[in-house]
Design a protein around this ligand. Sequence first.
Ligand code: GLU
Length: 276
Amino acid sequence: MITRFAPSPTGPLHLGHAFSAFQVWDLAQRLDGQVLLRIEDTDSTRCRSHHKDAICDDLTWLGLTWPKSVRTQSQHYDDYAAILDQLTECGLLYPCDCTRRQIKDAGATTGWDGLVYPGTCRTKPMSQAAPTDALRLNLSKALDSIKTPMTFTEIGPIHPGKHVVDPEQVLKNIGDPILRRKETGDPAYHLASPHDDALQSVTHVVRGMDLWRATYLHVVLQTLMGWPTPTYFHHDLIRDESGQRLAKISNSEALSVYRNAGHNVADLRALIGLHD
Ligand code: GLU
């Protein structure tokens, strides 16, 4: 069993990350597996390398350990470019320079995670792609090329069981996803994360319920690319007293605040509802 903790270094780790990290390491312990640490820093506008060092310090303070070799995604852009090339060869990508406003004005419907791209640029050839264009996956064409039924197994507490990924629902609720980001040309999370799970032989993905619907897209990409589909464990998100999700922007819950105030790991586990 191999799982991973895959934070994005956009700020200090907070209580929500600690909760997630404990879920990952606890499952690995129960299943006698190993946890890899992966730094998902492909959003060059938001990720900063000093946060990476702070993440490692915080995890160590939490008593968590991982093998020395840490995959830092920004060091592997060639890997993601190769996948984009492969998808281009199959005619499954197209360039897009639409703004959010334009997408709204084109009558985009709302899907699982916000606006569903209405396909405005879908007929643009890749030969016209500018380096600053986003690259989108033609989802309908991709799904047409998939001949096998798509499923995944969830072992988390909220929706345990086998789930079918219905192409019609995916099309209606996801829309053509961006695999290379606009302006920066950074590979998108939806490309880099499933790619790395396959590359690193990850058998179990543990993460928050905020990514539940992303899993449907990841299973499509895994099937398209011939990557194995891991087993998933989506945990609930911890909320503050007002029911709001703990956001990374709020510094008040940064783990360093608890560490500097003299709390220990047992205090912290109790605080987030994890009792040994
Ligand atoms: N990098 C993602 C985050 O920090 C986690 C993605 C995942 O676990 O698949 O939210």
